[in-house]
Design a protein around this ligand. Structure first.
Ligand code: PMP
Length: 355
C-alpha cells in the first residue's frame, strides 16, 4: 500500500511558488510581493477581528466581503466567489469549470501553476506557443481544444492583452468557459470584469496578494455569471475547503474600501517599474513591455541563471526559469526605489566585471 502512495506521489510535480528565505538585509525581488505594507485600515480591521472574533467560527459564505467586492465591481454578491488566495480559486475553477471541456488551453509560457494543476487533476491540456514577441495570439485559440485559461497580464512576461482582445476571445469561444487570471491587472492592464454582464462563459479571477499588499492574508476571488459561481461553490463545498477566517474577511473588506491607499501605492509601483525598465535598457537589457509589478528582461551576454546567481551573491533574489523561450530571462519584482537602486548597482557592477 505504501508503495502505491509513493508511486502516486512520484507522478506529481510540485508547484513551487518561489523561495521565501528570511535573511536580514536580503533584497527580495523574486515573488512579486508588494514592497509596501497593506492599508493601515486593513491592519486595524485584522487586529480588531483577531481580538474580538477568533473564538467564533467564521461566516462560511464570507457574506459581507462578497457584498463589498460585488459593489466594487458592479455585480451582485451571487456573482462573487472568494477563496484562500487566488491559487485556491483557480484550483476550484480547474475542477468545477475547466475540466468539463478538454483539452484545457493556455499559453506556453504562462503561470506554472496551470500545468501542475492539470496534472494533479488528470486534465488533458495543450500549451499554445506565444508569438515571436512573446504575445498571446487570440486567433490561435479559435478552432481548437476545450476551455481556456489566460493570465492577463501574462506571467512571467508581464505583457497584457486589451479588453477588446479578451472580448474577442470570449465571444469567439462562447461554447466553453474562459478564465482570465488577473493577478496583476491593477498595474496598468484593462480588467475584463465589465464584460461579465455580456458573457456568461467568462470568469475573472483576482487577488489581494499583489496590488493590495496582502499576500500573507490569502484572499482571492472570482467574478462571473451566477451559474459559474454556483459551480465553483458546489466544488468548494464538496472538497470541504475552508472558508476564510475572520481576520482575512475583515482585512480584505477594509483593503477593498481603502481606495486612496490602493491608488497611491499602485501608482508608485508603476513609476518604479518605468524607471527600472529605463535603467535596465541603459545596462544593455532587452525588457518586455510590462503591465505588471515585475519586469521580464534578458541580457545579450548572460543567461538568466548566470544573472540571478550573480545577484544572489550580492544578496538580491530574482527569479529565473528553465525552458527554451525563457531561460535567457530574469523576472524582477518591482520593489521599493531603494531596493531597485541596489539591484541596478549590482547588475552594473557584475556587467562591468571582466569574466
Ligand atoms: N495567478 C498568477 C498569474 C500568479 O502569478 C499568482 C501568484 N504567484 C497567483 C495567481 C496566485 O496568487 P495568490 O494565490 O497569492 O492570490
Amino acid at each position: 500500500m505504501s508503495r502505491y502512495w509513493s508511486e502516486l506521489a512520484r507522478g506529481l510535480s510540485p508547484y513551487l511558488p518561489g523561495e521565501q528565505p528570511r535573511i536580514p538585509g536580503l533584497v527580495k525581488l523574486n515573488t512579486n510581493e508588494s514592497p509596501f505594507g497593506p492599508s493601515p485600515m486593513a491592519i486595524e480591521a485584522i487586529r480588531l477581528a483577531a481580538s474580538d472574533t477568533l473564538r467564533l467560527y467564521p461566516d462560511p459564505q464570507s457574506t459581507r466581503l462578497r457584498e463589498v467586492l460585488a459593489e466594487y465591481h458592479g455585480v451582485v454578491p451571487e456573482q462573487v466567489f472568494v477563496g484562500n488566495g487566488s491559487d485556491e480559486v483557480l484550483a476550484h475553477a480547474f475542477a468545477a469549470l475547466l475540466k468539463q471541456s478538454k483539452p484545457v488551453l493556455f499559453p506556453d509560457v504562462t503561470y506554472s501553476f496551470y500545468p501542475v494543476y492539470c496534472r494533479l487533476l488528470g486534465i488533458d491540456h495543450e500549451a499554445i506557443p506565444l508569438d515571436g514577441k512573446m504575445n498571446v495570439r487570440i486567433a490561435d485559440y479559435r478552432d481548437r481544444g476545450g476551455s481556456i485559461i489566460i493570465a492577463n497580464p501574462n506571467a512571467p512576461t508581464g505583457i497584457a492583452l486589451s479588453r477588446a482582445e479578451i472580448e474577442r476571445l470570449v465571444s469567439m469561444r462562447a461554447d466553453v468557459p474562459v478564465v482570465i487570471d488577473e493577478a496583476y491587472v491593477d498595474f496598468g492592464a484593462e480588467s475584463a470584469t465589465p464584460l461579465i454582464h455580456d458573457y456568461s462563459n467568462l470568469l475573472v479571477v483576482q487577488t489581494l496578494s499583489k496590488s493590495r499588499a496582502l499576500a500573507g492574508l490569502r484572499v482571492g476571488y472570482a467574478i462571473g455569471d451566477r451559474a459559474l459561481i454556483e459551480a465553483l461553490t458546489r466544488v468548494k463545498d464538496s472538497f470541504n475547503s475552508y472558508p476564510l477566517g475572520q481576520p482575512a474577511q475583515a482585512g480584505a473588506i477594509a483593503a477593498i474600501q481603502d481606495e486612496a491607499d490602493f491608488q497611491q501605492k499602485r501608482s508608485i509601483i508603476i513609476e518604479n517599474r518605468d524607471n527600472l525598465t529605463a535603467s535596465l535598457i541603459q545596462l544593455g537589457f532587452d525588457v518586455l513591455p510590462s503591465s505588471a509589478n515585475f519586469v521580464f528582461a534578458r541580457h545579450p551576454s548572460h543567461t538568466g541563471q548566470a544573472l540571478s546567481a550573480a545577484l544572489r551573491e550580492r544578496a538580491i533574489l530574482v527569479r529565473h526559469f528553465s525552458g527554451p523561450r525563457v531561460s535567457d530571462f530574469i523576472r524582477i519584482t518591482v520593489g521599493s526605489k531603494a531596493d531597485l537602486d541596489r539591484l541596478t548597482d549590482a547588475l552594473a557592477e557584475f556587467l562591468e566585471t571582466p569574466p
